[in-house]
Design a protein around this ligand. Structure first.
Ligand SMILES: Cc1cc2nc3c(=O)[nH]c(=O)nc-3n(C[C@H](O)[C@H](O)[C@H](O)COP(=O)(O)OP(=O)(O)OC[C@H]3O[C@@H](n4cnc5c(N)ncnc54)[C@H](O)[C@@H]3O)c2cc1C
Ligand SMILES: *[C@@H]1O[C@H](CO)[C@@H](O)[C@H](O)[C@H]1NC(C)=O
Length: 402
């Protein structure tokens, strides 16, 4: 006799990186997956770009890693510099590590995920389905969507809110308030073609300075760079964009004027550290940015989101295979919230403050000393110390409990 599987159908709200990856993984397990995307196409914003080892492991499990590695590239290393460009310390990537970090702009990554999702027989994606409300009873979770054909109600065993920072699922569960804070700093994230290598820069560079800190990282093999810098607080988007040429000329090596580079993208971002009160309410589950936010220094955002995907997938599959009950989903919520509070929040704050804060100087110097020691100590190098120091520094490994 074939017993009925406990989970037949799951609805995933929105086709971002977390939703698509979960969709691929769960559809492979024979669960009927419907992804609801409010827009009529995938997001084109190249936000995240660097994916740490735990994300790499998850990409391998979903069968997408080879494509990600082919379309992306492996940065040679990360270093810290003075404002005048002087090298302070750095860490080379351990390219032999099968889980070595890969760089691929988010818009490209989600297109690649979508191609894989389309191959799954159990995967459906409905465009122009905007979730506006939710309801649930003991048997089923339901979402109410606005669609071009009018309002529809769709039901499933579980609904996964992978709908980003402005998550409608979270707002429906807990109201508008997203507990946490907006940091008192302003960043401008830009994408630009400009040859930093000409000035001896590495693939990823953090410039340390009390006011003129910034980050410059090559994000595509053809030489597009992400430059993220700080600016005065409280200006309008228009004012920030007007100041961009002046800021570039002041900050970047070679003091470039607008004709010297090709600017592809520029947008001001607020830095937020937030976490939802619970990641599970009955048959509704929150994942990634819908559940928690942090500033982008050190790439803890989506990396933390991928860690959610890993944990949640393992929980759902254990339920599916009769190894546990749905109580494990309370554990998912409890452990992911703990990881946010103990790792994602403090480490991402530290990564940012290390660039400019006076009280971070002693810790910064100790960190640079460790990097320098690694450069000269052959024993440390042989032991794969570079890879492990990089992991310890960003504490990526500790993000998952398996
Ligand atoms: C400037 C910047 C740089 C970052 N760099 C990194 C990094 O290097 N490494 C890292 O790990 N994380 C980084 N992050 C964080 C990362 O982008 C998010 O954590 C991640 O996208 C969250 O995924 P998600 O699936 O939860 O939600 P989302 O990516 O928000 O997706 C959910 C849904 O919302 C839609 N959506 C969200 N925002 C927009 C928008 N602006 N326009 C249109 N549709 C939108 C998407 O299409 C999707 O349907 C960065 C964030 C920013 C702002
Ligand atoms: C999955 O569910 C949808 C909606 O209920 C249904 O139309 C579709 O046929 C199902 N797909 C499979 C492969 O069972």
């Amino acid at each position: 006799m074939v017993s009925e599987k406990p989970i037949k159908k799951i609805i995933i709200v929105r086709a971002g990186p977390a939703g698509l990856l979960l969709g691929i993984l769960l559809a492979k397990q024979g669960i009927n997956i419907t992804i609801l995307e409010a827009n009529t196409e995938l997001d084109k914003n190249p936000r995240a770009a660097h994916y740490a080892s735990i994300a790499i492991q998850e990409m391998r499990r979903a069968g997408v890693l080879e494509d990600v590695q082919r379309e992306g590239y492996i940065p040679e290393g990360v270093c810290w510099r003075e404002f005048d460009g002087t090298y302070i310390a750095g860490i080379k990537s351990h390219v032999d590590d099968p889980d070595v970090m890969v760089c691929l702009p988010l818009d490209k990554l989600i297109r690649l995920y979508y191609r894989h999702f389309q191959k799954e027989k159990m995967g459906n994606l409905l465009w122009a389905h905007k979730v506006v409300g939710i309801e649930q009873d003991v048997k089923e979770a339901r979402v109410i969507c606005e669609t071009p054909e009018g309002t529809k109600t769709l039901g499933a065993d579980y609904v996964l809110g992978c709908d980003g920072a402005n998550s409608q699922v979270r707002k429906s569960l807990f109201g508008k308030e997203y507990p946490g804070e907006t940091l008192h700093s302003q960043i401008i994230a830009t994408n630009v073609y400009y040859d930093f290598h000409k000035f001896g820069y590495w693939d990823s560079n953090f410039i340390v300075h009390p006011e003129d800190w910034y980050m410059a990282a090559k994000i595509t093999p053809d030489g597009m760079w992400r430059v993220t810098y700080g600016d005065k607080i409280g200006l309008s988007t228009k004012e920030y964009l007007e100041r961009q040429p002046m800021r570039y000329e002041h900050l970047l090596p070679g003091n470039p004027k607008p004709g010297d580079y090709r600017l592809m993208n520029a947008s001001p971002y607020k830095l937020q550290q937030r976490c939802a009160p619970s990641f599970r309410v009955g048959r509704f589950i929150l994942v990634a940015d819908a559940a928690h936010l942090c500033n982008p220094f050190g790439g803890m955002g989506l990396t933390g989101g991928f860690a959610d995907v890993t944990s949640l997938y393992d929980c759902l599959i254990a339920i599916q295979n009769g190894l546990t009950t749905d109580k494990i989903l309370d554990k998912y919520s409890e452990i992911r919230i703990k990881k946010w509070a103990e790792i994602i929040d403090p480490v991402s704050r530290g990564n940012f403050r290390r660039l400019w804060a006076e009280d971070a100087i002693p810790e910064r110097l100790a960190f640079f000393e460790m990097c320098k020691k690694m450069d000269t100590d052959e024993e440390m190098q042989k032991g794969g110390a570079a890879a492990s120091v990089l992991r310890v520094f960003l504490i990526w490994n500790a993000l998952t409990d398996r």
